[in-house]
Design a protein. Sequence first.
Length: 322
Amino acid sequence: MTDPLALLRCPECRGELSDPGTCRDGGHSFPVRNGLVDYLAEESRPAAAAEVTDFYRKFPFPGYAPSDDADALLERSRRSAFLVQLDEAIPTGATVLDAGCGTGQISAFLSLAAAGRTVVGVDACDASLACATEFRDRVGIDNLHLCRGDLFRLPLAEEAFDVVISRGVVHHTPDPDGATRSVAARVKPGGVFVIGFYENVARVPHRTRRVLGKLRGEPFRVLDPVLRRRDFTEEKKRIWIADQYRHPLERMLPLPDVVKVVEAEGFSWIRTVPPAVESGSMFDATPRPGPLGLLGRRLGWALSGLNDPDAGLVCVVFRKAA
């Protein structure tokens, strides 16, 4: 495993840290709160970003059940074809960053699935990180390291991670393109970047559900595949409604624009998910579609929207030039 201190950098001056809370070169220091180093400069954040943090303090998403243990998280995660294929594609000794990790369920899964990985999760919301920390410490996940930080001033070295994942995050920032560039900068040459975002065409069915729900005063549960689930508790559905119908800051991003931003940072296309990987690895390159191919993919996502449990959340996988 990689020493996590080697992956950290001072978010103020980009200098190395002599320990997780102390900058060796610039003399900056960072407090420890609730067992985590807090690199977030609250006072300098835009009001919209602070509002998102306050939202997730009220609705940490997704949450843990009191009975959750390592086996329960692994079993639940392995019901997701996306997570299974992601785990299979990431080498067991890789350094992995989950940027915008929230309550840390993806981070914890990837850590538990391969003890030789070094996984770092960073998020701005202290309440979400408290959930992640409580689960990590209770289960005893030694290769998962968590800290509080801002996507736009990450306390992490550039080009330090074999795999960087940022799923469901950049579209909740005031500047999605800037957030994307900041996160992508942490990928090593030859490494992989997995970015998940609300695609504007794929999101049309859910946007329609939201409009109808607003007119009615509450969501039409029969139209939402998550709210139709009988195996979800009412508490989980309440949090889903808050996240999907009442979020204070949400941008929907066109697939071609996201591809353009990431390719300009020196990355090449691997694939989108969906569609699911039918053979080989999620990190195996596929032909890059042209404009009509990208449009066809987006329309296909929209047509499947009535039964899409991710409500228009899609992922694109890229590889950084070696």
